[in-house]
Design a protein around this ligand. Structure first.
Ligand SMILES: [Zn+2]
Length: 324
């Protein structure tokens, strides 16, 4: 059977290590016979977040056989440096300026390692109509989609993608001071939105693992996005409860370093009331309690760390305020 979609891959050099070793990655391009928008989708810019890579492998077969309109550009391994280390950030000998690639967009061709890598990929982002940046949270995170609060196009793209929770993140002027301090204006989704590109960040849960349920949520979500943009035929299908929520200051952070013990019978996806005791941070040497961790609002628990060794400032619980 003749393929209905034109498909090509390109090996792209993102940057060069001190030894001269080139960091390169594979970029897929799918061209439909009919005209339509260009959608850029990438996975694993945080290298341990490999769910999205598997999502793209599964969607690949569907795109080859589909009546595609427009173009899909897919980068299954956006960050080979962190991918090989199964890590979130790059080691400091490689990039001590910008260890987190998702703080540097749109990048800088003359900058640090991550800035150069981002700048090269930005050549594909620039000119796209929509961006889907596939991420993966920990096993203790509810799959959700993040979009910029007040961006109606991004909100409807997030709703098309689905999952159980759609999180509106305040950006720019509306964002708290901390948002800028943490470099969140350098996220790919935020940088793309600044250029007028509709962008969403799905967080599929279960980093380092390929969990079928999370992967299939991503496959359905990405196909839904392509359907909603008329790149794929058909209408989006149901893909989770898609509760609308805000995550503005919705986290409870560690006030002290120590061991975090969860004492409440609470799991991600549960409703929680303001003031509920979630657990305790204690001194592992003296057993002295250092912090009683309480929910700071009513909402849905979308993240709850089970990695017990915590540093002051680490997020322990993420609570989203549901708007229903
Ligand atoms: Zn990530």
């Amino acid at each position: 059977m003749e393929e209905t979609t034109g498909h090509a891959t390109e090996r792209v050099t993102l940057a060069r290590l001190p030894s001269g070793v080139e960091i390169s990655t594979t970029v897929h391009r799918y061209d439909g016979r009919a005209a339509g928008p260009t959608v850029y989708v990438q996975a694993a810019q945080h290298g341990r977040e490999i769910n999205g890579t598997e999502v793209l492998r599964r969607v690949h077969d569907r795109l080859l056989d589909a009546e595609l309109a427009g173009t899909v550009i897919a980068v299954p391994v956006a960050n080979p440096v962190t991918f090989d280390r199964v890590s979130y950030t790059a080691p400091s000998p490689l990039d001590q300026v910008t260890p987190n690639m998702n703080r540097v967009w749109p990048g800088d061709a003359d900058g640090s390692l991550h800035q150069r890598m981002a700048a090269r990929l930005w050549e594909y982002v620039d000119g796209a109509d929509a961006v889907v940046d596939l991420h993966t949270g920990s096993p203790n995170m509810l799959p959700h989609v993040v979009y910029a609060a007040g961006d109606a196009d991004a909100q409807s793209l997030a709703a098309a993608f689905g999952t159980d929770l759609l999180l509106a993140e305040p950006a720019g002027e509306d964002a708290p001071e901390e948002w800028r301090k943490r470099g969140f204006d350098g996220k790919l989704r935020v940088a793309a939105a600044r250029e007028g590109i509709t962008a969403i960040t799905p967080e599929l849960a279960h980093n380092k693992q390929l969990i079928d349920e999370a992967v299939e949520t991503g496959v359905t979500g990405l196909c839904n996005v392509l359907r909603s943009l008329d790149v794929l035929p058909g209408e989006p299908v149901e893909n989770g409860a898609a509760r609308q929520a805000r995550n503005h200051s919705g986290s409870v952070d560690a006030e002290a370093s120590g061991l975090f013990r969860v004492t409440a019978d609470v799991a991600v996806g549960d409703r929680i009331a303001d003031g509920t005791t979630v657990g305790t941070v204690y001194d592992p040497g003296t057993y002295e309690p250092l912090q009683t961790v309480r929910a700071g609002r009513d909402g849905v628990v979308y993240a709850l760390t089970r990695e017990a060794t915590v540093q002051a400032g680490d997020r322990l619980v993420g609570i989203a305020t549901v708007e229903d």
